[in-house]
Design a protein around this ligand. Structure first.
Ligand code: ATP
Ligand code: MG
Length: 441
């Protein structure tokens, strides 16, 4: 038997789950106590009291039987049994109810109705509907009589008091517990927020607090964050240092080249240009998503401007009409996102002949798609293609210009920094690669 379906009914947040774990035993306990108490205690108490009353009723009825005549029943009973405080009066045959009368919520009444007639044979009917008074109709040798006495003699008074108290104090204690719980959960939420922000490339101030285990996790997170930041910093310094230092000799080479004869020059100049391009790619990779700040941006206009720039640079790029019912702005880092799209578009026109760009926006997500008519990337090599410095089979890349294998890695990095993903698949429209940047809004 599997309890997987239970997941759908479980609250999702830690706070809601904790409250549920807290409330469930309290509610179940109260229900169990209520039911047990009602059935056991109140019925037992009522039974005991009913037995006593039955004994009194038998006594009263005996006295009634020995009264001299109908008219003097009441005064005779009062005279004989005034201590009992029970009132007896004769009634007409038609005034006797056909059945026992009680309110449906009157639980102890059910016990009374079951017990009294069993112990006193001559009882014809019991009427419990009058507030605080019990009327018993019994047959005597003078005909039917109505016997009245106080309800409190036969069932415990104010039985609901207990439940009112229980629910009130149960609620009070639960509220206090929830308040306390909230303070305990706050540090976990803060840690989750800081970790999530760091995953998106933002450094949020965070200091460990709360229970011992939460504090330990917080310190571990801080250590991890520091180490990763140090590594990124070192990588950045190294790559940008190398790239920067190589620029100067490259510029010198270019100068020396211009002194050479025309026919020797062309090939060498191409090499120098390629090297320059590679250095630019390194620098771009190092910058990654670190440059610029996220701001609210209207995606359709933004993508249109990126496509327009690519077209002006001589690339064959088309922008498809916008799709989806979403409107408004999305938090984007324009510098980084432009770099990611540039990389995807340059891949598309390098490995294919033309590119198509489209934007789909819904209430919850933004998807920017770049498709081309090239050979695409086989499914089992897509993960490999997004790794830095990886270029797929050399044959495919022949005469396609000198890439260093960073384009897709940069785009992946930037998509992640926006809390999204870069998804590669094959284009249905054009047959080549389809690259989607999907970002939750
Ligand atoms: N649109 C595409 N169609 C077919 N293959 C592609 C496409 N985009 C990328 N690839 C393959 O994935 C590999 C990695 O792409 P990536 O953009 O990371 O590097 P690159 O284009 O080779 O170099 P760079 O982008 O750094 O100039 C490429 O070498 C290429 O083989
Ligand atoms: Mg590329």
């Amino acid at each position: 038997m599997s309890f997987a379906w239970l997941k759908y009914y479980m609250p999702r947040s830690l706070y809601a789950r904790a409250v549920m774990i807290l409330l469930l035993p309290v509610v179940v306990l109260q229900l169990v106590v209520t039911v047990l108490f009602l059935t056991r205690h109140f019925e037992d108490v009522t039974q005991q009291m009913a037995t006593t009353v039955a004994r009194e009723l038998r006594l009263v009825l005996d006295v009634v039987e020995s009264a001299p005549d109908l008219g003097s029943i009441n005064s005779y009973v009062i005279e004989e049994l005034s201590q009992l405080a029970i009132v007896v009066e004769p009634v007409a045959e038609g005034d006797v109810p056909q059945a026992h009368l009680r309110d449906f919520w009157d639980f102890s009444g059910r016990v009374i109705v079951a017990m009294l007639p069993a112990q006193v044979q001559s009882i014809a009917a019991i009427d419990l509907t009058e507030n605080r008074r019990v009327h018993v109709y019994a047959d005597t040798r003078f005909g039917p009589v109505k016997i009245g006495f106080d309800r409190r003699r036969i069932s415990a008074s104010n039985p609901h008091q207990l439940f009112v108290n229980m629910i009130f104090f149960g609620g009070l204690v639960t509220v206090i517990a929830i308040l306390y719980l909230r303070n305990q959960l706050r540090p976990i939420k803060r840690l989750a927020r800081a970790a999530e922000a760091f995953g998106r490339g933002r450094h949020e101030p965070y200091s460990p607090a709360g229970a011992l285990e939460v504090r330990a996790a917080g310190h571990a997170f801080l250590d991890m964050r520091n180490r990763i930041e140090r590594q990124i910093e070192q990588r950045t310094l190294m790559l940008s240092g190398v790239s920067h230092d190589l620029r100067t000799p490259l510029t010198r080479m270019r100068l020396s080249l211009s002194m050479l004869e025309e026919d020797e020059r062309a090939a060498l100049e191409q090499d120098v240009d390629d090297m320059q391009g590679m250095l630019d790619a390194f620098l771009n990779f190092v910058k990654g998503a670190g440059e610029g700040e996220p701001e609210p941006i209207e995606p359709h206009a933004f993508v249109a401007s990126v496509v327009e720039d690519a077209r002006r640079a001589g690339r064959d790029v088309a922008l498809l009409p916008p799709d989806g019912e979403g409107t408004g702005t999305v938090q984007l880092n324009p510098l980084a996102m432009r770099r990611a799209l540039d990389n995807l578009i340059s891949n598309a026109v390098r490995y294919g002949a033309m590119a198509e760009v489209s934007v789909l926006m819904t209430e919850k997500a933004l998807r920017i798609r770049v498709e081309d008519d090239g050979p695409g990337i086989p499914e089992d090599r897509r993960a490999e293609a997004t790794r830095p410095f990886t270029r797929l089979d050399a044959a495919r890349n022949q005469d396609r210009g000198g890439g260093v294998g960073l384009g897709l890695a940069i785009a992946t990095d930037i998509a992640r920094a926006h809390g999204g993903v870069l998804r590669l698949s094959s284009s249905e429209r054009l047959g080549g690669l389809r690259a989607d940047i999907v970002i939750a809004r």
